[in-house]
Design a protein around this ligand. Structure first.
Ligand code: HEM
Length: 298
């Protein structure tokens, strides 16, 4: 998620410019590489199903597709290495994210070709043994499907929620959360100053409005009974409270957008950990047994 801030009310075209992430050439490079790879493997797959009698994941080239998909999953996971652990790796995080996205989608396409679309278009699951057979091959496939679907949904959610934050930041007249919090605090001090030494009704009104979670919009429709000399200050306090209310609501929308993105990311990471464990288990045992013949096949 990447956004910039703006202070004033901005026209629509400026808003579009603010929330747009800088173009990444790596996006197109990784896409081209993934398209060539998955296109080439799909061509090989169609040739194989025409020329082989019973193609399956235990025989080449479908077995090889499994190895390719396994390697691509590891490449997909390398994004977290660049983002968190080895920040010195070359290239921008954004470029690695595009590799992550395209590689994740390519991995699932090639994994389905590897399994010859078993469980997807025919021979649907009959029981738990279908998941655990072939060193948890079925479980690895479904784990990858869930993970990639979560990734795709999350990507759209990320774009949408980032847009919400950018729209708020560019139309509330203040900016993103940190600046909003400061401004809201300043406005609250102003209200406190205005209500100091005033009647109980004045103070109670201000206190109630400040205490309302939604910014005091309901209370602002009513007017307390005041002394005549308080009218001018009350007018200023009411305007300040109104402005504060607008900013509080903008802050809430931005906070909830951030929270949505954070929640999705947590779900995606938990799914990724579980899925990668199952995929590594399946891939490693298959490599050791059916490729290198170091252990007996399951
Ligand atoms: C093999 C499949 C995948 C695996 C193993 C995987 C794993 C992960 C992991 C571990 C993270 C957390 C990175 C971190 O914060 O350190 C992550 C983040 C993310 N993934 Fe995936 N993912 C996969 C597929 C996808 C796909 C297909 C998409 C989108 C189409 C996607 C979109 C994202 C996004 C948007 C983030 C958050 C990026 C950020 O804000 O830094 N992922 N993924």
């Amino acid at each position: 998620m990447s956004i910039a801030t703006s202070r004033a009310q901005e026209p629509q075209n400026r808003l579009r410019r603010i929330w747009k992430v800088p173009a990444s050439r790596a996006k197109w490079l990784w896409l081209a590489i993934c398209l060539v790879l998955s296109g080439g493997i799909a061509g090989w797959y169609f040739y194989t199903i025409k020329t082989q009698e019973a193609p399956g994941p235990f025989d080449d080239p479908l077995r090889l597709f499994g190895i390719v998909s396994y390697v691509i999953v590891i490449i997909t996971v390398s994004y977290t290495l660049r983002r968190r652990f080895v920040r010195g790796l070359p290239g921008k995080v954004q470029d690695w994210l595009w590799l992550h996205i395209w590689a994740g989608i390519t991995a699932i396409i090639i994994a389905m070709l590897h399994e010859n679309f078993v469980f997807i278009s025919h021979e649907f699951m009959q029981g738990v043994s279908d998941l655990t057979g072939s060193d948890w091959g079925g479980a690895a496939l479904f784990a990858l499907i869930f993970l990639v679907v979560s990734g795709i949904l999350g990507r759209f959610l990320d774009i949408w929620q980032t847009h919400v934050i950018a729209r708020e930041a560019s139309t509330n007249g203040v900016g993103i959360a940190q600046s909003l919090q400061e401004r809201i605090r300043e406005l609250e001090y102003t209200v406190e100053r205005l209500s100091a030494g005033k009647s109980e009704a004045f103070k109670e009104y201000c206190l109630k409005a400040l205490g309302q979670k939604k910014g005091g919009s309901r209370l602002l429709n009513t007017t307390p009974e005041l002394k005549a000399y308080e009218a001018a200050d009350f007018q200023s306090a009411a305007e300040t409270l109104q402005q504060r209310g607008r900013l509080v609501r903008s802050l809430r929308r931005q906070t909830s957008a951030r929270q949505t993105i954070r929640t999705w990311r947590t779900i995606h990471i938990i799914l990724a950990i579980l899925a990668v464990i199952v995929i590594l288990y399946h891939g490693t045992l298959e490599l050791l047994s059916n490729v290198f013949h170091l252990i007996p096949a399951a």
